[in-house]
Design a protein around this ligand. Structure first.
Ligand code: CU
Length: 580
């Protein structure tokens, strides 16, 4: 029985439900299937975006399934969106023309961009308007992603088609990897079989908040995709462009491959694996060797079944076929699996106090919260100085997955539940990290490139639109000045000046010589009136002396703020008035 018939039979057997139903795919299990019996559609490749050109966004009709019309959100008439390919150091420019009937923004996921170029929902592109996005590409070579990011409309617009690859190249990172026709981007998205040929986005009460899941996979917009490959080494760039689905990636014959890249580019070295989890927004690159396969054989990349505690209709973990590789020729890529890539310098957390983010899911709408808060486009939740190392502890207090994503910088995962023995797709540079039910993950991060307002959110797009998102602000780097050479006798925090202030103020403090303390660690933080820590302006060892630092409140609202200075077991605090 052919796979398509199998699916149709499953649907006829009473499976036309409004919620996704697990489907069992029996075809393509065997690697010895004769090619002439195989079905499917050749993998599509989106056109390459011409840098400096228009990205015209419009509702369009395309043929996703053969001979059937589908209404999608297309870019320059293409679904999925054109692929951006750009060399590190070049300036990316795109004129986004919004011919939709609602606001949108374009976010360059994983890419470091100035705040106003980041596609923040505070900078909407209205219907009929356009916006030029332009910035130099600072990121390492790697597989990045772009997609819609308007307030509370992200899930719908991405599901309808507003997404594409953003691939950064770097000629200096040449490791003889497979290239050209042997370097294949695979954007994995799930849609609903019952809706074919439509891309209906009509989430019910629960799936609108838990996550909108499909039961059939499109790869680069191709249903039942296959790719003819040679008996050689390939590089596959996997992007999970789905709204909510978490895939457990593996091959139908459980073959081994090498993981070479995480979200932010190449790892230290290739790591052999047979499976990994890929959550929405994450990218993983793998090297797959077909040289031991025989012409006429095939193997399927799939998502394995797994158990998950989520509730109906949020059914993660069904077995899904992603793409079939048909071995048809003896062409050689000439690529190799290198022994190592460039070493990554790992941050040292020292004794840095973690910034805590607790994810919760309430019973009433909006359900998804971070630290008890739901997203408010105008609220800035904390500030971080440029160039300062931050340690974030993200605690999943729910029974669901949360792929958490930061804008503007790449994290390094420090541990999962305290365990520093990490899976290969965690080790390296990451902007999206999957939090399993009940798990905590600690990451280290530095915002080196730009100041301004950025987002931290869940990349389950329904969770994001439901409010599991926060604004933070990257501010001036810490500048602690030592004033003179005098060693004070007393521990002192002086009144800030000016006070009231707008938006920046200076604060002096005295660190005395004190042999009682084994630590000379000084921590200086700013809190709001609710006791939330907004900024850590100092967290380091300081020699006895007189110091001064400046706090810039940026776009925080007028009000009372508190500075707290700790030294050993001593603590001083100070009330400051921001008046705008
Ligand atoms: Cu989430």
């Amino acid at each position: 029985m052919k796979r398509r018939e199998m699916i149709i039979r499953a649907l006829q057997a009473g499976a036309l439900l409004s919620i996704p139903k697990p489907l069992q795919f029996f075809a393509n299990e065997s690697r010895n299937t004769v090619l002439t019996e195989l079905t499917g559609n050749p993998l599509r490749f989106p056109p390459v975006f011409t840098n400096g050109g228009n990205m015209t966004l419009a509702e369009s009709t395309v043929q996703v399934w053969p001979s059937q019309n589908t209404q999608v959100v297309a870019i320059n008439g293409s679904y999925p969106g054109p692929t951006v390919i750009i060399e590190k150091g070049q300036t990316f420019t795109a004129n986004l023309i919004n011919n939709l009937t609602e606001v949108t923004t374009a976010h360059w996921h994983g890419i470091s961009a100035p705040s106003i170029m980041d596609g923040h929902p505070r900078d909407p592109v209205n219907p009929g308007n356009s916006k030029v996005y332009t910035f130099p590409v600072l990121n390492r070579a790697g597989t990045y992603f772009y997609h819609a990011h308007p307030d509370m409309l992200t899930a719908k617009q991405v599901y309808k088609g507003f997404a594409g690859f953003f691939i950064v190249t770097d000629a200096s990172e040449n490791f003889n990897l497979p290239s050209g026709n042997f370097d294949i981007p695979l954007c994995i998205q799930d849609h609903r079989y019952a809706d074919i040929p439509n891309f209906n986005y009509l989430p019910g009460t629960y799936e609108g908040t838990y996550g909108y899941l499909g039961d059939t996979v499109l790869v680069n917009g191709t249903p039942d995709a296959f790719l003819e490959v040679g008996r050689t080494l390939y590089r596959f760039r996997l992007l999970n462009g789905s709204n909510a689905r978490v895939y457990k990636i593996a091959f139908s014959d459980n073959r081994q491959f090498n993981i070479i890249s995480t979200d932010g580019g190449l790892k230290d070295n290739p790591v052999p694996a047979t499976q990994f989890m890929l959550s929405p927004g994450e990218r993983v690159e793998i090297l797959v060797d077909f040289s031991s396969d025989l012409i006429g054989q095939n193997v399927t990349l799939r998502s394995l079944a797994y158990s998950h505690s989520g509730t109906l209709p949020y059914k993660q973990g069904i077995l899904l076929d992603i793409i079939r590789f048909d071995i048809t020729n003896n062409n050689s890529s000439g690529g190799i699996v290198p022994a190592a890539f460039n070493p990554i310098t790992y941050y040292d957390p020292g004794t840095l106090t973690p910034r805590i983010f607790t994810l919760t899911m309430g019973a009433t709408h909006p359900m998804h919260k971070i630290n008890g808060l739901t997203y408010d486009i105008n609220r800035i939740d904390w500030q971080t100085p440029q160039l300062s190392l931050e340690r974030w502890k993200i605690i999943n207090g729910t029974p669901d997955f949360h792929p958490m994503h930061t804008h503007e910088a790449q994290w390094q995962v420090l541990n999962r539940n305290g365990n520093t023995n990490l899976p290969p797709n965690d080790k390296g540079w990451k902007d999206t990290v999957l939090l399993n039910p009940g798990e905590y993950v600690e990451v280290l991060v530095k915002f080196n490139n730009h100041k301004g307002i950025y987002l931290f959110h869940c990349h389950n797009l329904e969770h994001e639109d439901d409010g599991m998102m926060l604004n933070f602000e990257v501010i001036d780097p810490i500048g602690i000045q030592q004033i003179g050479s005098e060693v004070p006798e007393e521990f002192k925090l002086h009144q800030n000046y000016p006070n009231p202030f707008n938006p920046s103020t200076k604060i002096k403090f005295d660190i005395p010589s004190n042999s009682e303390f084994t630590s000379s660690k000084v921590k200086f933080s700013v809190f709001d009136i609710n006791g939330r820590e907004l900024a850590i302006l100092a967290d380091k060892d300081l020699q006895p002396g007189k110091y001064e630092l400046e706090w810039n409140a940026g776009s925080l609202p007028s009000g009372v703020y508190f500075a707290k200075l700790s030294y050993g077991n001593l603590l001083k605090s100070l009330k400051m008035i921001l008046s705008k």
